[in-house]
Structure formats: C-alpha cells, structure tokens
Design a protein around this ligand. Structure first.
Ligand code: SF4
Ligand code: SF4
Ligand code: SF4
Length: 288
C-alpha cells in the first residue's frame, strides 16, 4: 500500500481534473493505496512525511512553490511531474519571453483591465516560470496539457505494481492518418486563415503542425479534428529541444517558403509548451 500525494502548484488544476477522470480505475488505486494529501479529494493542510509517490501538477513561479517542491522531494521516494506545466513549464512558461519586472510592469501598468500601479507584492515572484526539474530531481513525467487518462493510469499502475513506467517512443505524425506527399506550400498559414484539405498533411499545406516534433501516444486528436498539433506532449523521446527538432522537421517547407522565416516570431509556436526548458530560453538567460 503506497502513500500517495497529489498536489497542484502553478497550474490550473486541469491535470488533477484529468486524474479524477480515471473514474473506476481511480477508485481501485485509492482503495489499494493510501491517499495522504490531495486538496482536490481530501482536506489535508500539511505536506505529510514518508510519501511513496508524489504526483505534482504545475510549475514553479514563486518562492512559496519553490519551498513546497523542495519539501515534497525531501519527503518522497518517487516524484512524478504531471502535465506540461510541471514537466516542461507549459503555456505559463511563455511568460519567460518577458523577464520578471518587465512582465509585471506590462501586465499591471500597461494592460487594459488592470488598475495601473497595483503590482501585487504578497508573494515573492521568481523572475521566470520553471518546470519542477529546475529545482528537484523528477523521476517520471506524464506529458500533455492535460495528460491522457491512459498515460496517467499506465504510469500509476506500472509504478504501484513495482514496474518501470515506459515512455512513448513515437511522434504524433505516427498516429495521424493524413496523407503525406513530400510536397510543400510556399507560404505559412494559420489554421483560421484557410480551410485545409482534410485528408492531406497540414504541415505540407503550410499550417504550423508540431506533429513531427511531439511525443506520440495521444492518437493525434487535434490534426484528426482539423486543427494543428500544438505540441502539448513535448519533445519526442531522447530529443532535448522541441523547437529545434521542429525546425529540422520543417526543412522541406522552409526551403519552399517565399517569405523569410524568423524563428523569434514563431517561438510561441515552436515552444508553446516547452519554452521554459528550451535552448533559446537558456541563451536569452545567459545574455541577461
Ligand atoms: S499542463 Fe495544462 S491542464 Fe495541466 S496544469 Fe498546466 S495548463 Fe493546466
Ligand atoms: S505534420 Fe501534422 S498533419 Fe502532418 S502528418 Fe504530422 S501530425 Fe499529421
Ligand atoms: S495532437 Fe498535439 S496538441 Fe493535440 S493532444 Fe496530441 S500532442 Fe497535444
């Protein structure tokens, strides 16, 4: 019987809700184990000692979350990063395109809808959003925004059954039935600008589909429903930088483009979920 903690840090609880979507499988896990801290399920205030498996949603944005993740790590045998925010920084990591005070000033002084000059001071913000691995060792990740229920169930049942969870070694394109001809358009388009050919690869049609640079296993629901893959499952296995892998995969398209391709303009698409752990973010950090 494992003592389990489920917690949300700087996330939006979407991953915890996905975990609750396990339904009967969740009941089986809860009955066979001991949930000791889970604000979405239990009324527990203190991080308990002797945690077997800590499942952590969300990244780190302030010193309180930094202290919490360090305390959780100290008290846990296994730490799992649940979802893109915890694993790679997620969409909140795009805030790192603006640094610390510059970002706060932009939001609280220059943005319509906020009272000018009311920058909150009650929490000590860090200059950047971080995945939890920037502060503690992470044993496993469950990718996605939110993660697939099958991935959550698979990782937990493997771990709790004494087996090593396995990562998916495919890319989203492997699950996508769209036809690839190896021929590319001459311009880049957004999905709302033109109705794509439903049967043909979106990337070949000039739509920015992150499928080739994204870990498979979701069944490619976005391209199959006519939308581009935005890359929520992060890099493919054994690839360090999702955006660089995407530029590599786009070579055919880039050589056809009439317009110049500026990676800076596309960083929020190349790294929608992984900017906080990207090579370009690290380079920007070193310049500061
Ligand atoms: S990964 Fe997505 S669903 Fe999970 S906390 Fe972050 S934003 Fe929410
Ligand atoms: S690039 Fe996108 S549309 Fe093309 S095969 Fe890959 S996932 Fe499908
Ligand atoms: S297709 Fe892409 S964006 Fe959609 S769920 Fe899969 S990895 Fe995420």
């Amino acid at each position: 019987m494992a003592r389990i903690l489920l917690i949300g840090l700087a996330g939006d609880s979407g991953c915890q809700v996905a975990a609750l979507g396990l339904h009967e499988a969740l009941v089986d896990i809860l009955v066979a184990n001991e949930p000791i801290y889970a604000p979405t399920l239990l009324d527990a205030k203190e991080i308990p000692d002797d945690i077997d498996v800590a499942i952590v949603e969300g990244g780190i944005r302030n010193t309180h979350e930094e202290e919490m993740i360090k305390e959780i790590r100290e008290k846990s045998k296994v730490v799992i990063a649940l979802g893109a925010c915890a694993a790679f920084g997620g969409i909140p990591g795009l805030a790192n395109l603006r640094h610390g005070k510059e970002l706060m000033n932009e939001i609280y002084n220059n943005h319509r809808g906020t009272d000018r000059g009311t920058i909150p001071t009650h929490l000590e913000s860090l200059p950047e959003q971080h995945p939890i691995k920037h502060f503690v060792k992470v044993d496993y990740i469950i990718p996605g925004c939110p993660p697939e229920i099958t991935d959550i169930a698979g990782t937990l049942t493997s771990l709790l059954g004494g087996k090593e969870p396995e990562y998916n070694s495919t890319q989203v394109c492997d699950d996508c039935p769209k036809e690839r001809l190896g021929e590319y358009e001459t311009s880049l388009k957004r999905i709302h600008e033109e109705i794509p050919d439903a049967d043909r690869c979106l990337l070949e049609q000039g739509f920015f589909c992150m499928g080739p640079a994204t870990m498979g296993g979701c069944g490619a629901p976005c391209p199959q429903s006519g939308n581009t893959c935005e890359g929520c499952r992060g890099s493919c296995l054994d690839v360090d930088d999702q955006g660089m892998a995407m530029i590599d995969a786009m070579t055919g398209l880039l050589t056809q483009l009439k317009d110049e391709f500026d990676p800076n303009l596309y960083s929020a698409m190349l790294y929608r979920f992984t900017y906080a752990e990207s090579v370009v973010a690290e380079l920007a950090r070193r310049k500061k």
